[in-house]
Design a protein around this ligand. Structure first.
Ligand code: IPM
Ligand code: MG
Length: 351
């Protein structure tokens, strides 16, 4: 029996996840078991920690986990290692979902909602493969210390090993084979040794096992510029945890809205996947029923495809989202007036 765990989380997380739940109910997949648990700030409120051991165990025993969003001003004062985001980082690390797939697609109907000119984004279809459980997010040593002269010093460590680089690069190369065969690997080899190693290992793996892949390398600052100047040049972008975080937000806006972008975080074959919209908990609009549920619903589609053995259902969901957009359904972030549930209705009607 495939198992899906929903972790709605905080802010707009529960609102958008509820729409995914309605889609799931409408799909009525035979044998799919669905569970739901508190996570992030909601778990801090109930249990004092953002991720309890039992929820972690449940996640590890599921095939897919669909998360909403975590965090918000309410938890600004909790201890740093117990903040909602720490729960998310722990979940990613313990699930060992090292390859974060973030597809930035510009739906035809949304080309005018983009912050870039239509001709720059029409047909845009970039797949970010972001390393998710290493780099500066997790590197040691880290902390804030007080120096003898009384100043304080904050420090983090960017670090990558050969195997950490190779396993995520392999995912990027494999996925590129099903697309245009082009991978652009992004780092800052001009200032960081971890970037030098990244570039060398990615190139080595390409030469050893993926000679059919057209691999290029780009510095992260130039990549940011190119993503705004000529985003259509990219197909698969392979990058580290921090650069992937920044660049995927940047690319999201050229697709029309941060509210449109899903993600899938995958580990080794057979291990559970973690699916989440790339947007945050948006405390400013939480509770108003105004959030765009598309990123959550498209994340659900990725879960159906990559972890739940339901590729046909995934196609159906993606087609319904696209059809709803074609029919003019728009939430506020897309320049329209529909609320979360009305957008869900529009998608459900076309499922
Ligand atoms: C993301 C988010 C997270 C990250 C936060 C919430 C920890 O920005 O998934 O892009 O930085 O990875
Ligand atoms: Mg981010």
């Amino acid at each position: 029996m495939p198992r899906l765990l929903l972790l709605p989380g905080d802010g707009i997380g529960p609102e958008v996840t509820a729409e995914s739940r309605r889609i799931l109910d409408a799909l009525a997949l035979p044998g799919l078991e669905i569970a739901e648990a508190a996570f992030g700030g909601a778990s801090i409120d109930a249990h004092g920690v953002p991720l309890t051991d039992s929820v972690l165990e449940e996640a590890l025993a599921s095939d897919a986990v669909l998360m909403g969003a975590v965090g918000g001003p309410k938890w600004a004062d909790v201890a740093y290692d117990r903040r909602p985001e720490a729960g998310l980082l722990k979940l990613r690390a313990r699930m060992d979902v090292y390859a974060n797939l973030r597809p930035a697609r510009c739906f035809a109907a949304l080309a005018d909602a983009s912050s870039l000119k239509r001709e720059l984004v029409e047909g845009l279809d970039i797949l970010f493969v972001r390393e998710l459980v290493g780099g500066v997010y997790f590197g040691e040593p880290r902390g804030i210390e007080t120096l003898p002269d009384g100043q304080r010093r904050g420090f983090n460590t960017q670090s990558y090993t050969t195997s950490e680089i190779r396993r995520v690069a392999r995912v990027a190369f494999e996925l590129a084979r099903g697309r245009t065969g082009k991978v652009c690997s992004v780092e800052k080899a001009n200032v960081m040794e971890s970037g030098v190693l990244w570039r060398e290992e990615v190139q080595k793996l390409r030469d050893e096992a993926y000679p059919d892949i057209a691999l290029s390398h780009m510095y992260a600052d130039n990549c940011a510029m190119q993503l705004v100047k000529a985003p259509l040049q990219f197909d698969v972008i392979l990058t580290d945890n921090l650069f992937g975080d920044l660049l995927s937000d940047l690319a999201a806006m050229s697709t029309g809205s941060l509210g449109m972008l899903p993600s899938a975080a995958l580990g080794d074959a057979g291990r559970p996947g973690l699916y989440e919209p790339i947007h945050g908990s948006a405390p400013d609009i939480a509770g108003q029923g105004a959030a765009n549920p598309c990123a959550s619903i498209l994340s659900l589609a990725m879960a159906l495809r990559h972890s739940l053995g339901a590729a046909d259902a995934a196609d159906r969901v993606e087609r319904a989202v696209e059809a709803a957009l074609d029919a003019g359904a728009r939430t506020r972030d897309l320049g329209g007036t529909l609320g979360t549930a009305a957008m869900g209705d529009a998608i459900l009607a076309l499922l």
